[in-house]
Design a protein around this ligand. Structure first.
Ligand SMILES: [Fe+2]
Length: 281
């Protein structure tokens, strides 16, 4: 069995200090094989926040797989935001991340869905470059040892109905269709600050989307939380671990047999026009 801890949106600078004071002891009991951190590691993208994040992540045992969020670009440095949006992330956090994780149960690769700026007024939105996603998926296939295949990013590709935040990730729906066509099984994300696990998206792509909550004080009517995911040759199980009344409590939120995954069933005929594969060739 492979034990995965999924963190997102810790937002160092406005982290929930009580929850953060207890989380390390909690995750050590779960004996993670890999810890994934799905972005928004800091609140304002400052050196001081990144240093705090760096020092804390370094105390966690075992490999970490990390991708930045929109808050990991400089909030107050417009020139740096345009010219070197991820310079501080690369200095403080990137060296702590492994490039990928793979064993016979699971393969996970990271994708950066955050941008220093985007056309339009809302730079917090995510975006996917479809050609980059095609290359990343090729890499998933090259590294996979036959286990469950996962991609992690900060932004959900489409927002679940229960999310208090409803936005559009650029090329998100197209990416979900593409990942479904390539038989990638799971997308791990953050950004909405509430945990969720959904199997079937409104456009019937059958990619499982698993979002982690937040360990910050920026909560949306849910307690501070993170996810624990266990994967073996038979089952995927997802639990949200909520910080309530001074302790972490586990609730299993989703499970699925591996042999029932879309990728284990016979390939469907592709519908290339629908997916827009002309953009990827
Ligand atoms: Fe966030």
């Amino acid at each position: 069995m492979t034990s995965i801890i999924q963190f997102a949106d810790i937002h160092f600078g406005v982290e929930d200090q009580e929850a953060m004071g207890c989380v390390k002891a909690c995750i050590e009991k779960l004996e993670p094989d890999i810890i994934v951190i799905c972005g928004d590691i800091t609140q304002n993208g400052s050196d001081a926040e990144f240093k705090s994040a760096h020092d804390w992540i370094k105390t966690l045992n075992g490999p970490k797989l990390i991708t930045p969020g929109n808050h990991d670009t400089p909030m107050y440095g417009l020139i740096e935001r345009f010219t070197r949006p991820f310079a501080k992330y690369k200095k403080w956090i990137e060296p702590l991340s492994v490039p990928h994780f793979t064993n016979s149960d699971v393969t996970i690769l990271p994708y950066n869905s955050s941008r220093g700026w985007l056309f339009g007024f809302d730079w917090s939105l995510g975006a996917v470059n479809l050609k980059d996603m095609a290359k990343l998926t090729d890499e998933v296939k090259r590294l996979s040892q036959g286990g469950v295949e996962m991609i992690m990013a900060h932004h959900p590709l489409i927002y679940p109905e229960m999310s208090p935040l409803q936005k559009l990730t650029k090329n998100g729906p197209e990416t979900l269709k593409y990942l479904s066509h390539r038989n990638v099984d799971v997308v791990l994300t953050g950004h909405v600050h509430v945990p969720f696990a959904i199997e079937r998206q409104p456009n019937e792509t059958e990619v499982i989307s698993i979002g982690a909550g937040t360990l910050s004080t920026r909560r949306r009517d849910k307690p501070a939380s993170f996810n624990h995911i266990s994967v073996d040759q038979k089952m995927i199980k997802v639990s949200a671990i909520d910080f309530t009344d001074g302790k972490f409590l586990t609730t299993e939120t989703f499970s699925k047999r591996v042999d029932a995954l879309n990728s284990r069933r016979p390939l469907k005929p592709s519908n290339e026009r629908d997916v827009g594969y002309d953009k990827l060739s």
